[in-house]
Design a protein around this ligand. Structure first.
Ligand code: NAD
Ligand code: UGA
Length: 463
């Protein structure tokens, strides 16, 4: 099958970057990214590529190169469905906030809407690709909707989960560990798989393109995220034990990471993992396990989330306890609000929960993040619905200058591991703060010896 036109429904953190790379690496394919969100599409089309809605190192340069050549952003979903041979679905699949499975199951309403729209519009055979992270066996539901149009159009449904991490999306897409494609074992299914393999083979070595059945592919994505998050909760659990015993979690992580069976990556103790996916995907996995009656399996994975919630609370408790059991009316400066460095994404960021705890204790929070706006910080707190917008507004102030954020503060808390924080003039920050000047390093990025030499009371995670 000669693929010349593809589209992607959903111009978010996955759809945007993924399609930009496909367009760059496959100049023979016209790629259209569509979204219902007009503001988002307008931002993707902004003349100044620095204003595209997603910040990822290297992304704006690629968009500049391919936009208008073979990469297009549009709100015309129907036209895109009609004209293309492969349709990626990359819409959001958040945790359900209502009804059965509330707080656990994935909300598939956006996926179903896409399937219904494809069923309505398509006049010729299409390959529909699940790019969103979905519960195992979702393809069955999509297939049932698509197969009942009565107009004779044939659909092949593939699962092609995305493994990119934010902040390194471009590198991850250019040089993926693997590409996973699941499809039907029928001849038609195999042809569809091959068509998608051929797209990726434009830049990914074929030995890194793995093909499986649909269910293995869907479940592998949830499993990968569960394993990754589990490593963080495991090392965070050890961080508390380190604090009690005089061990240093960085040394422990290094020592175990040198065992090639364990590996060195993803063992950084922290204030807790955030991001839009780890929690959502594990809760979804727990829900699926429970729905099959596998309660021990469900409990095992749920513990990863329980540990992560505990780690965030433990961090805010430590701040309160160390500041003589009260932070009321004290200024606490937050360095970082994003859930990790090199992204403007704040979804499920630990900073939000730590701030919420400290505001409950009547602290004044001063936030500096190089990529997150004051509006976003407030919106994140409002989303928790702990208190009114007015009250949040009165307790949180965002700064564009980190030194101003820290001036007069009783304590600085490092919530995100932005590189620039390490380079700051900490002597200057120390002089501008209330004494004793406390630093709570939720990312273990600062040098304890240097900080203590300056005069800070320095507390890290796990040492
Ligand atoms: P996102 O919220 O950034 O983007 C989703 C977009 O889909 C939104 O812009 C929304 O307006 C649009 N949308 C929703 N319904 C639509 C419809 N019916 N028609 C057109 N547009 C519609 O989400 P994201 O972070 O890109 O995640 C998308 C999926 O990819 C999720 O399932 C997520 O779990 C998965 N995933 C995300 C990441 C990541 O790093 N963010 C990585 C791997 C996988
Ligand atoms: C994660 C996975 O790494 C991706 O493979 C996956 O595609 C994606 O989720 C998804 O499905 O959405 P992402 O959440 O973007 O990617 O970023 P990570 O680098 O995994 O970091 C997640 C969180 O864990 C961050 O808050 C980070 O600071 C934290 N983390 C990470 C640690 O606390 N310690 C570590 O050692 C690593």
């Amino acid at each position: 099958m000669n693929i010349t036109k593809i589209c992607c429904i959903g111009a978010g953190y996955v759809g945007g970057p993924t399609m930009a790379i496909i367009a760059q690496k496959c100049p023979q394919i016209e790629v259209t990214v569509v979204d219902l969100n007009e503001e988002r599409i307008a931002a993707w089309n902004d003349e100044d590529v620095d204003n595209i809605p997603i910040y990822e190192p290297g992304l704006s340069e690629i968009v500049k190169e391919v936009r208008g050549r073979n990469l297009f952003f549009s709100t015309n979903v129907e036209k895109a469905i009609d004209e293309t041979q492969i349709i990626f679905i990359s819409v959001n699949t958040p945790t359900k906030t209502y009804g059965k499975g509330k707080g656990m199951a994935a909300d598939l309403k956006f996926i179903e809407l896409c399937a219904r729209q494809i069923a309505k519009i398509a006049k010729d055979d299409k390959i529909v690709v699940e790019k969103s992270t979905l519960p195992v066996r979702t393809a069955e539901a999509i297939k049932s909707i698509l197969d009942n149009t009565g107009n004779g159009v044939q659909f092949q449904i593939l699962s092609n989960p995305e493994f990119l991490a934010e902040g390194t999306a471009v590198q991850d897409l250019l040089n993926p560990d693997r590409i996973l494609i699941g499809g039907d074992t029928t001849e038609e299914g195999q042809k569809a798989i091959q068509a998608l393999v051929d797209v990726y083979a434009n830049w990914v070595p074929t030995d890194k393109i793995l093909t499986t059945n649909v269910w293995s592919s869907e479940l592998s994505k949830l499993t990968a995220n569960a394993f990754l998050a589990q490593r963080i909760s495991s090392v965070n659990a050890m961080s508390e034990l380190c604090e009690k015993t005089g061990a240093d979690v960085n040394e422990v992580a290094k020592a175990i990471g040198m065992d090639s069976r364990i590996g060195a990556k993803f063992l950084k103790a922290s204030v807790g993992f955030g991001g839009s996916c780890f929690q959502k995907d594990i809760l979804n996995l727990v829900y699926i396990a429970k729905s099959y009656g596998l309660h021990e399996v469900a409990d095992y994975w749920e513990q990863v989330i329980i540990m992560n919630d505990y780690q965030k609370r433990r961090f805010s408790n430590k701040i309160v306890q160390t500041l003589y059991n009260t932070v009321a009316d004290k200024k606490i400066a937050f360095l970082g609000w994003a859930f990790k460095k090199d992204t403007n994404d704040t979804r499920e960021s630990a900073a939000i929960y730590v701030a919420d705890d400290l505001i409950n204790e009547q602290a004044q929070i001063a936030v500096y993040d190089p990529k997150v706006s004051a509006k976003k910080v407030l919106a994140d707190l409002d989303y928790l619905e702990t208190r009114t917008t007015e009250k949040n507004n009165a307790c949180v102030t965002s700064f564009v200058d980190p030194y101003e954020a820290c001036a007069n503060a009783h304590a600085v808390a490092v919530l995100t591991e932005w590189d620039e924080f390490v380079q700051y003039n900490w002597q200057k920050i120390y002089h501008s703060m209330q004494k004793p000047a406390f630093v709570f390093d939720g990312r273990n990025i600062l040098d304890r010896a240097k900080m203590e030499e300056i005069g800070f009371v320095y507390q890290a995670i796990g040492s």
